[in-house]
Design a protein around this ligand. Sequence first.
Ligand code: ATR
Length: 280
Amino acid sequence: MDRYAVMGYPVTHSRSPQIHALFAKATGQSMSYERIGPSPDEFEAAVARFRSEGGKGMNVTLPFKERAFALADSCSERALSAAAANTLVFREGGIYADNTDGVGLVRDLERNLQCDLRGRSVLLVGAGGAARGAVGPLLEALPSRLVIANRTASRAVSLLEQLRQAGGIPADRLVLCQACGLDRIPAGPYDFVINATSSSLAGEVPPLPRAVFGPRTFAYDMMYGKGSTPFMDFAKEQGALRTADGLGMLVEQAAESFHLWRGVYPDTAPVLQRLRAELG
Ligand code: ATR
């Protein structure tokens, strides 16, 4: 039986084993998927061990995504532009790295939530790993503009600069991007406001000006939980039309990893439905 795993620190909360078990069952794939939680100084050794034991691939979550990327012998353009990987494939010729987080976000928006990003304005809030992974796939969906706004403005500016230097995103798409602090966001309203900050973890919301939300705005939080997140509540109060959390993104990024490993694309709808029901 082919072995896969997710590595993170901590990793006990990861829903990936359940998601991949459901995908494997539905597609008739013979595979196992386990959780491995190496201490931060043991990540590289743990990857090498899992690979030498016959592991075929793995997912990587916080805080190891950058280090997973650094381990790769080859990678996708989206991993290159993110300089971070959430998916590794162990091949004969070496380790291949991909980053399926951003494509998971775009698939959730376009397929599950029936949104069209083409020609629309997008405000991406945050400049950490979650935001960085989203920029390439968001630009591939051809929005009219993408503003990256962060509490620490310099981090947004350097994120954009690093993306430019990494070369994974065509220059004609990058010109659609602007970077700024939360107090300098160009006039809205935006069609999409995407929260890629970790503020929800602390029960907080990024202090966004009301003007970014309008009666057509779709507010999306990459975080998820039981019921709506603080960011979703805030966006509704500010006048957003629709809101969604990131559970669909989680399932879609997993499906993309599964496809990379197994060559089959699982049906995500029943898995998303089940996870949603379990969250309550
Ligand atoms: P991740 O890899 O999950 O994106 P990260 O690299 O620690 O995590 O980045 C966290 C992001 O959330 C950053 O953009 C951070 O803003 P700063 O760069 O200014 O620190 C943002 N963030 C966290 N808490 C926030 C809050 N309460 N309000 C606004 N932004 C917040």
